[in-house]
Design a protein around this ligand. Sequence first.
Ligand SMILES: Cc1cc2nc3c(=O)[nH]c(=O)nc-3n(C[C@H](O)[C@H](O)[C@H](O)COP(=O)(O)OP(=O)(O)OC[C@H]3O[C@@H](n4cnc5c(N)ncnc54)[C@H](O)[C@@H]3O)c2cc1C
Length: 489
Amino acid sequence: MEKTEVVVAGAGPTGLMLACELRLAGIDVVLVDGLAARTGESRAGGVHARTMELFDQRGLLEHLRPQGRRMQAGHFGALPLDFSDFDTRHPYMLAVLQSVVERELDQRVTELGTTVRWGAPVVGFAQDATGIEVEIGGQAGPRKIRASYLVGCDGGRSAVRKLASIGFSGTDATVTGMLADVELADPPDGPFFGHRRGAGDYSAVQFEPGWYRLIVQRHDLVLPRGATLSFDDFRASYREIAGTDFGMHSPRWVTHYGDAARQADRYRDRRVFLAGDAAHIHYPAGGQGLNLGVQDAVNLGWKLAIALRGNVSDELLDTYESERWPIGARVLQNTRAQTALQRPGPHMDALRETMGDLIDMDVVRQRLGLMITALDIRYDTKGDHPLAGRRVPDADLSTEHGATRIAELLRSGRPILLRLNGHQLGSAAGSRVDVIDANSTQRWSVPGLGEIPVPAAVLIRPDGYVAWAAAHSDDTGLTEALSTWFGTD
Ligand SMILES: Cc1cc2nc3c(=O)[nH]c(=O)nc-3n(C[C@H](O)[C@H](O)[C@H](O)COP(=O)(O)OP(=O)(O)OC[C@H]3O[C@@H](n4cnc5c(N)ncnc54)[C@H](O)[C@@H]3O)c2cc1C
């Protein structure tokens, strides 16, 4: 029987990112997908600041950025949210298609030594005390792979989730979004988003010269999940709501989706984990799904690697659920709020006007924007330093090897103890982390918090979150943080 360390089911953005993270840490991975080949569907239309930071930390952003377009604002329920003053190197949304993100991740995972096995759906598994036997179906016939862990990144209808008997609780669809990637004979003057009219709203955004993404959202019908939507039906719906079809023709992709919002009751069942859409589905309001999945993957990847190779308590793997489940839950909540805000009628018009006024207030714009961009995430890593549990700012540094920044140090995917401005803390860190001495002269900026003094030392997890930090030469709590997160030598 074939053996590996981790089977990743599903080669969408979540599975690809997870496989990249595992390979970077030197873990053996089998990445399978039930489809015969990649569809090339454009799907998601953008990534937010925190995902860009993660891509930057792995050297992927430099490949993606030239293939996308910067947008200073995102939205909340189609009310504009300006990100341009957020404390990040990427205070914008990058309009880049999911198909492009997948292509880059595909290339990276191949460079790291794993290729997707297409036509190979996970159809069963059995776990025992020492491992898991994963059953693969598909054209090549049934076969089994023995692994230490299985991660279901197999989308909203996840077979892994169902086989693990993990519930998927939430709310049913109340609205239908219809989308078509098309060419236009008579295009609008510029892009527009969320124009409200009658029972719905409509948008038109040019993605590349020659083609547009048109979306119509209808609050007066709920299409069943498996229903097909023809291009003619899409055009008729768009025309009915927008009053024009802009001469649409030559569709590349036509689809529909609803606002069912569901979340896996658990993200872990012993040796089985769920990530991405397999763990949570929701309306693509604010453009958060792909981001959430990639961030799940980056949270889980290094933990699995340390569990496989390090001497660490199994509780480390439980922190995947305790950290990521609440983040998923709040995305579901905010998408519910956004679809509610987009309902038609004079009462909602009044509420939108009120919300628009509130969003003009800095504190509200920051609160919503930092949530949508996921820059405000703070995990419970203990410790009372303001950085504890937050993402580490991408500060400029000078080291004995020259100028660098924190995102570049994280490219190895290794934990880092960064000692700043001559503070010599943590000499007993051992081989679990890379100890790096650097100078940083400017105060550090933290989203939602403002500027803070440069810390004396920061213990940075491979996902870029701060496991421990000290303001002065005092390493209280460092030994515990090292063994909690990275095990013992
Ligand atoms: C119209 C639309 C617009 C969107 N816009 C945005 C946006 O702007 N920003 C954003 O962040 N998100 C957006 N999203 C959401 C985003 O597309 C999803 O959240 C994202 O695709 C989730 O990635 P995933 O890898 O978790 O799952 P998927 O992309 O669904 O990938 C799952 C993979 O698993 C495979 N699979 C299924 N069953 C099995 C099995 N049994 N064994 C092995 N493999 C299997 C599938 O073939 C598939 O390749 C949008 C979604 C839609 C529909």
